[in-house]
Design a binder for this molecule. Structure first.
Ligand code: UD1
Length: 422
């Protein structure tokens, strides 16, 4: 298994290109199941999770071609051959559940294994199922699979109020509603930029959607959707991750195509921690002010709040900030697996329930550490960039689910980082 070796202490200077959003792409790809015409996505990221979704869609009978070195995904679902998403594929990635709504809407029937994914808490799919039931679906759980059947005449529009915000449940419901009979109103909907991107694509396919990006989305069902071409939105989590790198090491890194609005509270916190985020032509530039960042209090929340997917990376920054920081995780329980690994590098962290208290030290020391999930693994790389000596991160397959050419992107800015195979 590959490992990544980082030798810390180099300032970073340069430009980092940001790929299309993994999480947007994972919701956009299943949208192919809603139409028998071609759906083409450009600006797609080249990641293991996208390969997994490709496998899953092909297993359902969709044609999926990766063109332009994987940047373009051309799909067609004109002849679906299965409505069953097998455990063997679904267990690799929780986002597989996103085929449920589209399959049910188009085929009237779907069987989807309950998902696995990152080990960051229980992560049930009850909200997805309740929303589809409200649209008339009959749902049974049989031997680890969700068996869903639409009523005769197809799914019906419904008023659905989520008890709390779920990105995936909003996406599944939104896709299912495009082909339902009548009007669906989704209340307490997720407002993430990836939802807006999905709605844009569905609208280009002929869906009638209003309010995406607000907490109430209204969908007027149509009889059929047609093909479209759509460019995937920039990956705000990849962007936020790399914005933390110069904040840890010093130096200035530029991000072409970056936008403030997609990062919500994250940029405010970075600035509060003493990191300058400057608007440059067509993007943003990040520079640390002073020798060390300052301690801050962070609470994760749905968009536009501080993203849970940047909490681990922020902890890597705060581990060497001046003062005592707190990080409160409100989206997932058990999402501090990176804390003990950072402590092996000399970080001072106390975790009590959903809150981590981080007492900044002057400098971390390189150590062998182990990646436990996607964002935790990148936080260890970031910590290694600022640490004294060598950090060896093992189990980097987690990293490959969400970051393409990470070593190359950081290396081009002056980081001493390499991947070694075994
Ligand atoms: C998506 C992102 C993930 C991010 C998360 C929160 C994708 C592919 N993944 O995941 O990177 O960390 O949003 O921003 O887009 N929940 C339930 N029942 C449900 C659904 C969710 O209890 O039916 C809970 C989850 O366990 C979690 C919370 O709701 O505690 C939010 O989860 P959700 O927004 O659904 O996350 P995902 O869509 O899985």
């Amino acid at each position: 298994m590959d490992r990544i070796v980082v030798t810390g202490g180099r300032e970073l200077n340069g430009t980092i290109p940001i790929a299309g959003a993994k999480n947007a792409c994972l919701a956009l790809m299943p949208a192919t199941l809603l139409t028998d015409e071609p759906l083409t996505l450009s600006n797609a990221p080249r990641l293991a999770d996208i390969d997994t979704m490709t496998l899953l869609l092909r297993a359902l009978g969709a044609e999926v071609s990766r063109l332009d070195e994987g940047r373009v995904i051309a799909m067609s679902s004109h002849a679906l051959s299965s409505h069953r998403a097998e455990y063997d594929i679904v267990r690799r990635m929780r986002a597989s559940i996103l085929v449920l709504g589209p399959l049910l809407a188009r085929e009237g029937v779907a069987e989807v294994s309950l998902p696995g994914g990152c080990a960051i808490g229980a992560r049930p799919v009850d909200l997805h199922l309740q929303a589809l039931e409200a649209m008339g679906a009959e749902i049974d759980l049989v031997e680890g699979y969700v068996h869903a059947r639409a009523p005769r005449g197809g799914l019906r529009g419904a008023r659905i109020r989520f008890p709390f915000v779920s990105v995936g449940a909003t996406e599944n419901t939104l896709m299912a509603a495009t082909l339902a009979r009548g009007t669906t109103v989704i209340e307490n909907a997720a407002r993430e930029p990836e939802i807006v991107d999905l709605a844009r694509c569905l609208t280009a396919m002929g869906a009638r959607i209003e309010g995406a990006g607000t907490d109430t989305i209204t969908v007027e069902g149509v009889d059929r959707l047609h093909g479209a071409t759509h460019s995937v939105i920039i990956d705000r989590i990849e962007l936020g991750t790399y914005m933390i790198a110069p904040a840890i090491t010093g130096g200035t890194v530029r991000f072409p195509g970056a936008r403030r609005d997609i990062l919500g509270a994250f940029i405010d916190k970075l600035e509060e921690a003493g990191v300058a985020v400057d608007d440059i032509e067509g993007g943003l530039a990040v520079t640390r002010r002073g020798d060390r960042a300052r301690a801050v209090e962070v609470v994760t929340a749905p968009y536009p709040g501080f993203p849970t997917d940047l909490q681990a990376q922020m902890m890597a920054l705060l581990a060497t900030a001046d003062g005592v920081s707190t990080l409160e995780e409100r989206i997932f329980e058990n999402r501090f697996m990176h804390a003990p690994e950072l402590m092996r590098m000399g970080a001072k962290i106390d975790v009590h329930g959903g809150t981590a208290r981080v007492t900044g030290v002057e400098r971390l020391k390189g150590a062998p550490v182990m990646a436990t999930d996607l964002r935790a693994s990148v936080s260890l790389i970031l910590a290694g960039l600022g640490a004294e000596g060598e950090t060896v991160v093992s189990r980097v397959y987690h990293l490959d689910r969400g970051y393409e050419r990470l070593e190359e992107k950081l290396g081009a800015c002056g980081a001493a980082i390499e991947r070694i195979g075994e």
